[in-house]
Design a protein around this ligand. Structure first.
Ligand code: HEC
Ligand code: HEC
Length: 286
C-alpha cells in the first residue's frame, strides 16, 4: 500500500517529530572516489526485481559533505584502524587446529576479493543462506576449532570489514533465485511488514519517504552496500543487523536479534535492493 509523506508524518505523530520535508533526492551527489583511485557507483539503475524505484542511491549520497569527505580517504576514515586490527587477526593462529585464516585462505587480498559482493549467499552443505559473519564463524568453529565470535561484536565486525575492503568498488551482486529464493521472499515479506506501535514498515520510511528529514536525519533508501558502517554517533563499526535492530526499535516494536533467521533473510533482501551499487565498506555515517 502506498503511503505518502503526509500520512507518514501522521503515523509518526509526536513520537518521532518529523522536522521538515526536504527534496525527494539528496543534493546532487559529488562523486565518491576513495584514495583518489577507487571509483564508487553511488547512484544507478534499480535492479529489475525492484519496482519501487527507477534509481537506487547509496546512503553516502544523503550524508553531509563533512561526513562524505571522511569516506574519501583511508587516512580520514575512522574505521580503518579496526580493519588494521582485523588484518592482524587474519594472520593469528587460534583454536585447537593450530590454524589462522591465512593458513587456508592465504593473503586476504587474494583470498577474499569479490566475496563481500555476493553475500549473503546460499551454502550447499549447510542447506541455507549464510551471511558473511556466519561463514566466518563456521570457519572458526569447524575448520579452526576456535570459539565463535559474537555476531555483532567488535572482532567480528572488524573482520567483516577487512573482508569487505577486498571488494571495494565492485558491484553488489547477491543471488536471489535458485535455492536462495525462499529466503529472499521471506526477507521481502519482512521489509513490507508494519512493525510496532507506529505500524511502520521499512518501506514506509526508506521507500516512500527517502529524501525527507526525519529527526534531523536525512532519510536514505536504507541500502547496505556500505556495511559495516562506522557511525560517528557511537564511534564504532556497526553491522547491518545492528542497524536493522535500531530501525525496528524506533517503530516501538520488539525486535529480532542480530544473526536471527529473520535478519539473515532481511539482509539478503535489502542487499538485493542494492545490486549494482558498489561495495563501499567500511563507510562512514552519522
Ligand atoms: C582449515 C582451513 C580454513 C581456515 C583456517 C579458515 N577457513 Fe574460511 N573457508 C575454508 C573453506 C574450505 C571454505 C569453503 C567452505 C564452504 O563453502 O562451506 C571457506 C570459506 C570461507 C569464506 C567464504 C568464501 C566464499 O567465497 O564464499 C569466508 C569469508 C571465510 N572462509 C573466512 C575465513 C576467516 C575470516 C577465517 C579465519 C577466522 C577462515 N575463513 C579460516 C577453510 C578455512
Ligand atoms: C521511522 C522510519 C524508519 C523505519 C520504519 C525504518 N528505518 Fe531505517 N533508518 C531510518 C533513519 C532515520 C535512518 C538514518 C538515516 C538514513 O541513513 O536513512 C535509517 C537508516 C537505515 C539504514 C542505514 C543506511 C546507511 O546507508 O547507512 C539501513 C540499512 C536501514 N535504515 C534499514 C532499515 C530496515 C531494513 C528497516 C525495516 C526493518 C528500517 N530501516 C526501518 C528510519 C527508518
Amino acid at each position: 500500500m502506498f503511503q505518502g509523506k503526509g500520512a507518514l508524518a501522521l503515523a509518526i505523530g509526536g513520537a518521532l517529530s518529523l522536522i521538515a520535508a526536504g527534496s525527494v533526492v539528496a543534493d546532487e551527489p559529488a562523486k565518491l572516489v576513495v584514495n583518489g583511485e577507487i571509483e564508487m557507483v553511488t547512484e544507478t539503475e534499480a535492479p529489475a526485481h525492484l519496482d519501487a524505484f527507477d534509481t537506487i542511491y547509496s546512503g553516502w549520497t544523503f550524508r553531509t559533505p563533512e561526513t562524505r569527505m571522511l569516506q574519501m580517504d583511508d587516512f580520514d576514515n575512522p574505521a580503518m584502524v579496526f580493519v588494521d586490527q582485523a588484518a592482524e587477526a587474519w594472520d593469528t593462529v587460534d583454536g585447537s587446529e593450530g590454524k589462522s585464516c591465512a593458513s587456508c585462505h592465504g593473503d586476504v587480498a587474494e583470498g577474499m576479493a569479490g566475496v563481500r559482493a555476493v553475500y549473503p549467499k546460499w551454502n550447499e552443505a549447510a542447506g541455507k543462506v549464510r551471511t558473511l559473519v556466519q561463514q566466518v564463524n563456521d570457519c572458526r568453529e569447524t575448520r579452526m576449532g576456535a570459539e565463535p565470535w559474537k555476531y555483532d561484536g567488535g572482532k567480528m565486525v572488524a573482520m567483516e570489514s577487512l573482508i569487505s575492503v577486498q571488494s571495494r568498488g565492485m558491484p553488489v551482486n547477491v543471488a536471489i533465485d535458485g535455492p536462495a529464493q525462499s529466503t529472499w521472499e521471506q526477507g521481502k515479506d519482512l521489509y513490507y511488514t508494519r512493525f510496532g506501535q507506529l505500524e511502520l514498515s521499512c518501506a514506509n520510511c526508506h521507500e516512500n519517504n527517502y529524501g525527507t528529514m526525519i529527526r534531523a536525519d536525512h532519510l536514505s533508501q536504507g541500502q547496505i552496500n556500505g556495511f559495516p558502517v562506522y557511525r560517528l554517533k557511537n564511534t564504532k563499526l556497526n553491522t547491518a543487523h545492528a542497524r536493522f535492530k535500531g530501525c525496528v526499535r524506533d517503530t516501538r516494536a520488539e525486535t529480532f536479534n542480530p544473526g536471527s533467521p529473520e535478519f539473515v533473510a532481511l539482509e539478503l533482501y535489502v542487499a538485493s535492493r542494492g545490486n549494482g551499487l558498489s561495495v563501499e565498506a567500511p563507510s562512514v555515517r552519522n
